[in-house]
Design a protein. Structure first.
Length: 212
């Protein structure tokens, strides 16, 4: 189970209005996670928020995206400048930003009641996580399941192989993220990325403004 708790977190002051141009890119060993409130906009608002966040990091550039290996999105022009990943669920989206060349994945999930979480975990999650969910008290099982699920999906998104593909190796490490009540979230980074510092990255959490 590639899950570590040594990440160092800090929170930036929330901004209002559109994303400012010239937002400083993450340095070596640093990850930025931008939280976007979607309202009722869903997937369209999440993608608009992604473009606004990336434009802020790229000096107001008209951002164009392309598909990399496994269909994972990347910058169409100069993908070596930034790595990124997007996830959305319910009324929230998260955009994870890392230095270029560092593989990254992020996942956010709104907690929803599900039947038979123990069976689902046994089918879809790593063995250690599935065992922990089976052992959890009934009133804690839902939170434990979604925490493990977001770590697993963030790792899968980091590699770009998809949930049906081969499982990520131990070099892909997930970190749970503090997030709004009623949600779970995690970010994953590959140890093999240059400057990734995956064992204990510095994670900057901030609210990101976007047009809807």
């Amino acid at each position: 189970m590639a899950f570590q708790t040594g990440a160092r977190y800090r929170t930036a002051t929330p901004r209002s209005g559109a994303e400012p141009h010239g937002t400083a890119a993450p340095g070596p060993g640093e990850i930025h996670v931008c939280r976007i409130e979607l309202g009722g906009g869903g997937r369209g608002a999440a993608r608009a928020g992604l473009h606004d966040v990336l434009a802020g990091y790229l000096g107001g550039e008209d951002v164009a995206l392309a598909e990399g290996p496994g269909g994972k999105p990347r910058l169409a022009r100069g993908p070596e400048r930034l790595s990124f990943n997007l996830s959305h669920s319910g009324a929230l989206a998260l955009v994870a930003i890392a230095p270029g060349g560092v593989e990254i994945g992020v996942d956010v999930e709104r907690l929803r009641p599900r039947r038979d979480l123990v069976r689902l975990a046994a089918r879809r999650l790593p063995e250690d996580d599935a065992a922990a969910i089976a052992a959890a008290e009934p009133d804690a099982r839902e939170a434990a399941f979604y925490a493990a699920w977001t770590r697993h999906e963030a790792r899968v998104k980091c590699t770009g192989t998809g949930l049906a593909g081969p499982p990520p190796g131990p070099e892909v490490v997930a970190h749970q993220l503090p997030i709004d009540a009623g949600y779970a979230a995690a970010v994953a980074v590959s140890r093999g990325g240059e400057g990734a510092a995956a064992c204990a990255p510095r994670i900057l959490l901030r609210d990101a403004a976007c047009r809807r």
